[in-house]
Design a protein around this ligand. Structure first.
Ligand code: HEM
Ligand code: HEM
Length: 144
């Protein structure tokens, strides 16, 4: 069960990251080429938001079932071990911040009236979130 959740978190990461790239790129494109914010743009941003939230929820559970998560604080010298520090502290903390930013982008886009304004909020906040997530991924364990 625990390993299944860790695997789900690992595979859903591909989907979440791919969607974030698509949604951020789509918003930047819409902004720079002054397009109308259509239903398609809404769906791309919303679907990205949903998958990211599911990933957040799974991540939070993984944090308490994985030995590389919260439990790692009990290991002597864990803070000095960069791989453990990443999964027990940096990756969770930074990704929660990233998810707050993405959610803020989604909420703020709803309050904008203009096409430009909507694209701008998604473009800025989703891109920021994506960059933060990419900065703190456990690349070594993920790609091996
Ligand atoms: C730890 C778990 C979660 C937390 C802390 C969380 C938190 C939030 C917050 C703070 C908002 C912003 C509401 C607003 O200001 O408009 C939000 C919106 C949303 N969440 Fe989550 N969420 C979680 C899990 C999920 C899951 C599992 C899903 C989907 C299956 C989901 C789907 C959504 C959607 C679709 C919205 C946008 C609603 C709208 O604006 O129409 N969330 N969430
Ligand atoms: C969109 C946000 C996130 C993405 C894209 C993401 C992605 C990943 C990836 C790719 C891995 C490596 C999996 C592997 O080694 O195969 C991982 C591991 C992990 N993540 Fe996340 N994550 C996100 C959010 C979170 C959050 C919010 C938490 C906790 C609060 C979290 C906790 C963990 C933990 C504890 C591990 C280590 C699991 C283990 O290998 O035992 N993640 N994450």
């Amino acid at each position: 069960m625990n390993q299944t959740l860790i695997n789900v978190h690992s595979y859903l990461a591909y989907v979440a990251l791919a969607l974030l790239v698509v949604a951020a790129f789509n918003a930047i494109l819409g902004l720079t080429s002054k397009k109308f914010f259509t239903d398609k743009d809404l769906r791309i941003s919303l679907f990205t938001m949903i998958v990211c939230h599911i990933q957040l929820l799974v991540g939070l559970i993984v944090y308490f079932v994985s030995e590389k998560g919260f439990q790692a604080f009990a290991i002597e010298g864990a803070m000095k071990n960069s791989e453990l520090r990443l999964t027990m502290l940096e990756h969770p903390l930074v990704n929660i911040i990233a998810l707050v930013l993405i959610t803020m982008g989604w909420s703020k886009h709803k309050k904008e009236e203009s096409n430009n304004g909507k694209f701008k909020k998604i473009a800025i906040f989703y891109t920021l979130g994506l960059v933060l997530i990419l900065s703190r991924l456990p690349w070594n364990s993920w790609l091996n």
